[in-house]
Design a protein around this ligand. Structure first.
Ligand code: HEM
Length: 419
């Protein structure tokens, strides 16, 4: 049944890629209502499947028969999509593992081994202990905002949404504050200047190796020093390459997503004055509001690719060994099968007692390591921003804001606000 739709894939990708960039919710709704698993073609022409219904997304992400690393599929049956894309961009072979061999690319025991080493640094207890520091940093940035504003207008993305999470993750991981502007540039170039991937990645990797050497010589109270000290149960240590890869992923994943989530949330509230008024009247709604904002405008639109390690029959569809499948998180979050009136932003929405029901942080073994930290940062940033600026408003009409949809993310180019 699923294979009958394969020939549609070529046309489908041509239709949907621009639509995903301009209106992701409409694009994923279109896919979600076509079939439980839709064929699409990557830019390079490989066939992949996209699952956009809530139940399908949960089941693919939670099923151990799907691997994140194509090398985990027997007999080389899975396409090396990510690695081939990097080769096409001319990336040196020695640099590829730093991007393609991360925690998110590992499976099974190897994934557990790596994840165990970093889990303690991002526990709910650790995040709670960090909250006074997050509040202080937020207040400092808010103090500075009027100084960077031009005639009362400031770009909130540049001067608030990015500096907060990069500083928090930098301090936590052990990146000196003076290096953070360079990290912001590298992250920007990794997203927006892929043709020069090697030129961006080489200095970033060299810099991170230097950082590890520095912490080896002068250990501190940070994640790099903890990782250097750590041995897992088998007495195994992380190699230098593994250490650098981990640090790179933590710093990049730890700020780019949160920054865009904070910006998307401010945009969502400013364009829904009724919801903003509710929140201003009852700031105690903030934790619930952040969960609803994650559902409604989470910045990560799709999961990393999964690969079927065997023939998998899920009842509602089947996959063959080596099939590449991605989960449309934003499609699932707007699925009327799961959420009543899903297009409505409703910060009082009662999410049943099952805990977090949206899938903006993924689901299953690769569930976001930094979810508690991201929620804490967003709650603090939004509460303090709204309290400090009772008349906050968009400085341009909402239709003029520009959106990027790069690497499966929904990002604003700028967020000019009137303070
Ligand atoms: C609003 C902010 C954030 C969002 C929306 C987000 C989203 C996600 C998603 C969807 C995944 C799973 C991807 C998949 O299964 O394919 C993920 C994984 C991950 N996230 Fe986040 N993230 C956020 C913030 C953070 C922060 C602050 C950190 C800091 C450490 C972080 C670190 C990671 C890591 C290391 C993984 C890989 C986990 C694993 O493979 O076991 N994220 N994130």
């Amino acid at each position: 049944m699923k294979r009958d739709t394969e020939e549609m894939a070529g046309n489908r990708s041509a239709q949907n890629i621009p639509l995903i960039a301009t209106d992701p919710h409409a694009a994923y709704e279109h896919l979600r209502e076509q079939a439980p698993a839709c064929p699409i073609r990557s830019v390079e022409g490989s066939l992949m499947w996209i699952v956009a219904q809530y139940g399908g997304v949960r089941s693919v992400l939670g099923d151990a028969r799907f691997a994140n690393n194509p090398a985990s599929v027997p007999d080389g049956k899975a396409p090396l999509l990510q690695i081939n894309a990097m080769r096409r961009l001319g990336l040196d072979e020695e640099l590829i593992p730093y991007l393609a061999d991360t925690l998110l690319d590992s499976d099974g025991k190897e994934h557990s081994r790596l994840r165990r080493l970093v889990t303690p640094a991002f526990s709910a207890r650790k995040v709670k202990a960090l909250s006074p520091r997050i509040e202080r940093l937020t207040d400092d940035l808010l103090d500075a905002l009027p100084r960077v504003a031009d005639a009362g207008v400031a770009d909130l993305l540049e001067h608030f949404a990015y500096p907060l999470p990069i500083t928090v993750i930098g301090e936590l991981v052990g990146v000196p504050a003076t290096d953070l502007p360079a990290w912001l540039r590298w992250t920007h170039d990794l997203s927006f200047n892929q043709q020069a991937l090697g030129e961006t990645l080489r200095p970033l990797i060299d810099h991170t190796h230097d950082l590890v050497r520095l912490r080896r010589a002068e250990p501190g109270e940070d994640v790099i020093s903890d990782l250097i000290r750590a041995r897992d149960a088998d007495g195994d240590r992380l190699s230098d390459r593994e250490l650098v890869t981990m640090v790179l992923s933590l710093v990049i994943a730890g700020h780019d997503t949160t920054a865009n989530f904070i910006a998307n949330s401010v945009w969502a509230l400013l364009t829904h004055p009724d919801q903003l008024a509710l929140l201003r009247d009852d700031p105690g709604l903030m934790p619930q509001a952040v969960q609803e904002l994650l559902r409604w405008c989470g910045p990560v639109l799709v999961s990393r690719m999964r690969y079927a390690t065997e023939d998998v029959d899920l009842g509602w569809t089947s996959f063959e060994t080596g099939d590449a499948v991605t989960a449309a998180l934003s499609g699932a979050n707007h699925d009327p099968r799961e959420f009543e009136d899903p297009g409505r932003l409703d910060i009082t929405r009662q999410h049943s007692s099952r805990g977090e029901v949206h899938v903006s942080f993924g689901s299953g073994p690769h569930y976001c390591l930094g979810a508690a930290l991201a929620r804490q940062e967003a709650e603090t940033a939004l509460s303090r921003l709204l309290a400090r600026h009772p008349d906050l408003a968009l400085a341009v009409p909402a239709e003029e804001l520009q959106w990027h949809a790069v690497s499966g993310m929904r990002k604003l180019a700028r967020l000019p606000v009137r303070l």
